[in-house]
Design a protein around this ligand. Sequence first.
Ligand code: KDG
Ligand code: MG
Length: 406
Amino acid sequence: MKIVDARVIVTCPGRNFVTLKITTDEGVTGLGDATLNGREQAVVAYLREHVVPLLIGLDPHRIEDTWQYLYRGAYWRRGPVTMAAIAAVDVALWDVKAKVAGLPLYQLLGGASREGLRTYGHANGRDIPELLDSVRARLAEGHTSVRVQTGVPGLRRVYGVHSGDPVPSGDRSRSEDARPLVEDWDTAAYLRHVPTVLEAVRAEFGPELPLLHDVHHRLSPQQAARLAKSVEPYDLFWLEDCTPAENQAALRLVRQHSTTPLAIGEVFNTIHDYKTLLDEQLVDFVRSAVTHFGGITPMRKLFDYAAVNQVRTGIHGPEDISPVGMAAGLHLDLAAHNFGIQEYSGHTDATNAVFRHAYTFEGGYLHPGEAPGIGVELDEEAAAAFPYRPGYLPVNRLVDGTVHDW
Ligand code: KDG
Ligand code: MG
C-alpha cells in the first residue's frame, strides 16, 4: 500500500481546526489533528511545505519508521509546530491501519482496559455563587468530576472565566480582533482567593466530589508550593500547571511542601519534557494531548514511562483539540492500564456536524465507539462553509502593565 495524497484542511466552525487527510492507493483515508490554538497557520505551512511532499509514495503501515523519519530527519527537533504536524501524520496513519484491520484503534493498542472513561467538566463563574451554579450544570450533564475556576476580586478579566462583556464569538477566552485580548493578573489576590473558593464548593457539594483546579502556569515555585499547601484541606483530585512547565526542577519545591496531587504537561511536546518529573515522581498525572505530543506513537511511550513511576494519565481535552485529536486520545485512554481521567469540554453543534464522530458521552462516561479506525469522518463540504478566521489566545498582564506568565 502507498500514500498517494495528503491534504491539509482548515475549517472554523466556531474556532479554527487544522486536519490532515491522508489517502492511499487502495482508497483508504486517515485523519489527523494538527490544531495549534492561535498559531494554526504555522502548522499548516509546516505540513504543506515540508511534510506532505515527503509522504507521497510511503507505505502507510510503517508508522514508527515514518515518525522517526519526520522527527529525526528534520534535524530541528521538538517544538509545538513540528510536533503538531508530526502528530497529524501519525494519527492519520494509525487511522488507516485500524481501518484496514477493520477494528477500532483501541483494539490495536491492546484492547479495552475498562468499560468507559471517567471525565471532568469545566465549571467557572465570576464569583462563587455563579461557580456553584456552573458545578451543578456540569453534574447535570453527567460529569463525575469538576474543574473549578473563578474570577478573582479586583481583577477585571481572568482566563477561562467570562467577564460578562460582549464577546466576539462563542469562545470567551479568544480574541478575533487583530490583537489578543488582554487579561489582568494579581498573584497575591489569587493566592488569597482560591482556598475560599474551594471551601465554598466543599461546603455545598460535600467531601466526595472530585475537584480539580488549573493554575495555567502562573506561579513561581515558592508561590506554587504555598498554594498546594493551602488547598490541602480541600482534597483536590489534582492541581494543574502550578508553575511554568519548562522548569521541571521547580516541582521539587512544591512536592516537598505538599501532598496535593499534581498534574502537568498540556504544553509539553516530547517525552524529554517529563524526564525529571517522572524519574523523581514529582507529578501524579501526565496531561499531554496526542495532537501536541507527536501522535499516538510517542504518547504510548509516555504512558508506559508514567506507569513505571506509578503516574496516571489525564489527557488535555479542551475545545481547541478537534474531534479528531479527541478521538485519538480516547482510544489510548481506553487501552491504557494507567488511565486516570479525561478532560472533556465537548464541541459546538457546528463542529460536530463537520467532524462526525463515533465517540459518545453517556451516563457520565466517554467511549471511543466501535467504528474502524479512530471513528471520525470529516464532511469536507460542511468544513468549506467555515473558512479560517484569525484568532488569538489572550495575553496576561499585571495591574501595572507588566506581561505575566500565561
Ligand atoms: O489552547 C489553550 C487551551 O487549550 C488551554 O488553555 C486549556 O488549560 C487548558 C485546559 O486545561 O484545558
Ligand atoms: Mg490546563
